[in-house]
Design a binder for this molecule. Structure first.
Ligand code: HDE
Length: 721
């Protein structure tokens, strides 16, 4: 049978062809040892007699156990929990005016990519739904070598200088004495550090917002965070900020839902990405750039080199320049997702670095960490890391070297090898760092242009809708509520008061104390001999006071879609097949997925006597795993559901999480037994997201249901509370 996904994917890209030479499959093959010796008995070890001790001679047993003993490698120190996929990137039109990067020139070229999404703080086995920033790392296998854009789903960072990264991570990771809590920032050490480092406040606003609990990896924005450089053929430089915009829009779940998803399916994001690609619903992002001419470097209210600042889209618009499609799941998690090694210094000609002190530190860290994680300077030879561009140099040997370099010469210059491999001129594609002029004294310090720690935190907060602001307030109430040391809570609230007085007051109210003005000095990340005053936060008037692009709910650049959304159909034997099929067909036409959730597994019989396959039983599923719920008609089915308390748990959760709930015919009787329905006006209204088909008009009903689902969540419900 032809592979449908293969057709959708068109052809194998160059990276897939490259990976093929390492792929192995035992189908129809004999089992062998690692040396190729055919194995006759994989069940029993070699013994001195049937009941005797095992023999050291058993090289087959030893090989198998030894390999097993060494199967694990250290997990990433940060971003340990992740999931990845293959795909391609295509530029819409040549970017030659700004950059000579080869993969950004020709719209006909599809550059293979491998993308890994991750959480930051949790261990490899932690839940996907932790409140955390998400990593968004893209490896482009270009004709000029690998280019890595190693970004996050948040455009700023907690700290300004790489020197503080180990402190930040030590503070957020589980506390060292008892290794608690896993994958959570809601504990004393994290907030202790944060409350002493006001530069973290902007990022804290993002981390406490719903951006930190995405609905899916496919519905996240991505950002390069630092300011980078584009360099064109004329050697002109432009500052550039990178943005990934998801085609499905940017969406989140709510906190209560996140907590429950962690129990119901800790692999929720991993599974979602896998299943979407597996079913041919390939996730897509557009790449956007904010381009800033070199001459404008100092025209902003902040320093372009400060990674705790973003460039508002209202100041410099985002130009969309291309798209990325993820169309293939990895074959082997360890070989690909675990062993992939990203690095912000994997660059191509036409893209360069800036002096952002956080970025500068990263340039050291990423190679260093691979040496301990992957164990050898030859990590670039691991198939997933190997470039598709030709690779020749005089680097040699080391653990697990794969390349067999022939010839006598491993140095340059040489005459014995004819001078090869030879250096490339710039015109031949040789990489050439931008000749930035630097006249400076060697100094261990921080620029005063980095000292405005609150203005953009305020900008972010002010740009949110009231619902989003409420979620931030509640997240802070929760996180600080989990902090045992009252002084840390108070100090943090003091910093919050510098962002927004009402925000601070609402958080303080829940913690049970009044807001106190922050004690000076606020900043404790100060060198021993420095003037404390110099390091104190200073605010600078911002030219933008609100930026809709920073709000997930205000940002309307993406047409609402229900593609790939999962709707749970709650029913059992006796369900009205017509009622079920009408909405199922309408949803599938829009690319959504209908899943039958029934009282039991296997199949159910419709009232017309047809068999329907059950996708989940109430036991194996949960309301939080769906974007919306529907109760189809059918008296027998409804009578059975009325007696099942789990049905009401499903509905109450869906209501609480502001999801669309639909009911057809007798299905409405179930809603009538719920509290929330009785507290509502009992009227169908797209505004409350309860969509009823009382008048037997399935076309109207389907349209209303789909429209409401397209709004993602019915936030009006939070106001109704
Ligand atoms: Fe990373 N970071 N990071 N980081 N980072 C790593 O590299 C580091 C930072 C990011 O899916 C590590 O290979 C330092 C910012 C992602 O494999 C390590 C500093 C941003 C990933 C490391 C930062 C990131 C990493 C751990 C401050 C957003 C996962 C494993 C100076 C722009 C990549 C590894 C993947 C991974 C160091 C700050 C993004 C230890 C020292 C800012 C997406 O090298």
């Amino acid at each position: 049978m032809p592979d449908k996904k293969q057709d959708l994917r068109e052809t194998e890209n160059l990276k897939q062809q490259d990976l093929k030479r390492n792929k192995e499959n035992g189908d129809g093959q004999f089992m062998t040892t690692d040396q190729g010796l055919k194995i006759n008995d994989d069940q029993n070890s070699l013994k001195a007699g049937e009941r005797g001790p095992s023999l050291l001679e058993d090289f087959i047993l030893r090989e198998k156990i030894t390999h097993f003993d060494h199967e694990r490698i250290p997990e990433r120190i940060v971003h340990a929990r992740g999931s990845a996929a293959h795909g391609y990137f295509q530029v819409y039109k040549s970017m030659e005016k700004y950059t000579k990067a080869g993969f950004l020139q020709d719209p006909n070229i599809k550059t293979p990519v491998f993308v890994r999404f991750s959480t930051v703080a949790g261990f490899r086995g932690s839940t996907d739904l932790a409140r955390d920033v998400r990593g968004f790392a893209v490896k482009f296998y270009t004709q000029e070598g690998n280019y890595d854009l190693v970004g996050n789903n948040v455009p700023v960072f907690f700290i300004q200088d790489a020197m503080k990264f180990p402190d930040l991570i030590h503070a957020v990771k589980p506390e060292p004495h008892n290794e608690i809590p896993q994958a959570a920032s809601a504990h004393d050490t994290f907030w202790d550090f944060i409350s002493l480092m006001p530069e973290s406040m902007h990022m804290i606003m993002w981390a406490m917002s719903d951006r930190a609990i995405p609905r899916s990896y496919r519905m996240m924005e991505g950002f390069g965070v630092h300011t980078f450089r584009f360099i064109n053929r004329k050697n002109e430089s432009f500052f550039v900020k990178f943005h990934w915009k998801p085609k499905l829009g940017t969406h989140a779940v709510v906190w209560d839902e996140a907590v429950k998803i962690s129990g119901a399916d800790a692999d929720f994001h991993r599974r979602d990405l896998w299943e979407a690609i597996d079913s041919g619903m390939f996730p897509e992002w557009e790449l956007g750039v904010q381009i800033i001419p070199e001459a404008d470097e100092h025209k902003f209210d902040f320093d372009l080199l400060d990674p705790t600042k973003l460039v508002p889209e209202e100041t410099v618009p985002v130009t969309i320049i291309g798209k990325m499609v993820l169309d293939r799941n990895p074959d082997n998690f360890f070989a690909e997702t675990e062993q992939v090694a990203f690095h912000p210094a994997h660059l191509v000609p036409g893209i360069d670095l800036t002096n952002d002190p956080l970025l500068q530190g990263r340039l050291f860290s990423y190679t260093d960490t691979q040496l301990s994680r992957l164990g050898s300077p030859n990590f670039h030879e691991i198939p997933i890391n190997r470039p598709i561009a030709p690779l020749h140099n005089n680097q040699r040997d080391g653990h697990m070297r794969q390349e067999i370099n022939t010839g006598r010469v491993s140095y340059h210059p040489n005459s014995l090898g004819g001078g090869c491999p030879y250096q490339a001129k710039i015109a031949e594609g040789g990489f050439h760092s931008f000749n930035e002029r630097i006249d400076a004294q060697k100094i261990r310090d921080r620029s005063e242009s980095f000292s405005d720690h609150f203005s953009q935190a305020t900008l972010f907060y002010n740009s949110q809708t009231p619902v989003e602001q409420n979620h931030i307030i509640n997240a802070l109430r929760f996180e600080l509520g989990k902090v045992a040391t009252v002084a840390i809570r108070k100090r943090t609230v003091g910093l919050l008061s510098q962002i927004d007085a009402t925000l601070a007051a609402k958080v303080a109210e829940s913690l049970g104390f009044p807001v106190e003005a922050p004690k000076k000095p606020m900043n404790h990340g100060v060198p021993a001999d420095a003037s404390k005053e110099k390091y104190e936060p200073k605010s600078k008037k911002q030219s933008v006071s609100s930026s809709p692009a920073l709000s997930m709910l205000k940002n309307k650049t993406i047409t609402p879609t229900i593609a790939s959304r999962h709707v749970g159909f709650l029913c059992t034997d006796g369900v009205d097949g017509k009622s079920l099929n009408a909405l199922k067909t309408a949803l599938e036409k829009e690319g959504a997925v209908a899943k039958i959730v029934a009282t039991h597994n296997g199949s159910i019989q419709t009232s017309e006597g047809r068999e329907l396959k059950v996708d989940h039983s109430f036991l194996t599923s949960s309301s939080v795993l769906f974007d919306a719920l529907f109760i189809p008609a059918g008296k027998k089915s409804i009578d059975a559901l009325k007696n099942d308390p789990t049905v009401f748990e499903f509905l109450n959760d869906a209501y609480k999480h502001c999801k669309v709930i639909g009911a057809d015919g007798e299905g409405i009787e179930i809603l009538e037994l719920t509290n929330f329905y009785n507290l509502l006006s009992k009227q169908e209204s797209p505004n409350n997201g309860i969509i009823l088909n009382a008048k037997d008009d399935s076309t109207d009903f389907s349209t209303n249901f789909i429209d409401a689902l397209g709004r993602h969540r019915i936030w009006e419900r939070e106001k109704l509370k």
